[in-house]
Design a protein around this ligand. Structure first.
Ligand code: 4NP
Length: 154
């Protein structure tokens, strides 16, 4: 399974999603390829936002060595699932030429919670520590749901 998490900057939300899912996969001996990318290249080459690194570390997840990169056209070929954080991401990804033939791979990460109205993972960039904690908690729940459905637990 090849999973790509995508947000706007690839420094706050998607690196946390990558780190958490990688950790839960390791704990369950699942050998998935997990990566993250940004819809912008604003933070290309940078490590995650210091507040995300700090919050993730506080929750037991090390994301300090992840490096931001922009989403590329060939990611649509390379990955089985491209999981977005919010509905604005969903709008923006449609400007990629590769989107239309691969639209079936693209969805909100929150759809893994199997609720009628999938939650967005809100952008914490202008927020505070509580907002970063909400991001962590939601992404942890989503990653657990992904792994549980893969290994047949409910
Ligand atoms: P992310 O958060 O999409 O979760 O990485 C943001 C990071 C940077 C900016 C906005 C959101 N920015 O405006 O630079």
């Amino acid at each position: 399974m090849n999973i790509l998490f995508v947000c706007l900057g690839n420094i706050c939300r998607s690196p946390v999603a990558e780190g958490i899912l990688r950790q839960i996969c390791e704990q369950n001996q699942l050998h998935w390829h997990i990566d993250s990318a940004g819809l912008s290249d604003w933070h290309k080459g940078e490590n995650p936002d210091a507040r995300s690194i700090h919050n993730a570390r506080k929750n037991g997840t090390d994301i300090s060595s992840i490096i931001s990169r922009p989403l590329l056209e060939d990611d649509f070929d390379k990955f089985d699932e491209i999981l977005l954080m919010d509905r604005q991401n969903l709008k923006e990804i449609q400007r990629f030429h590769s989107f239309v033939p691969h639209a079936h791979k693209v969805r909100l990460a929150g759809t893994y919670l199997h609720v009628t109205n999938p939650p967005e993972v809100p952008d914490p960039y202008y927020g505070d520590e509580q907002d970063f904690q909400k991001v962590y908690d939601l992404l942890f729940t989503i990653a657990q749901a992904m792994v549980s459905s893969a290994i047949g637990r409910k």
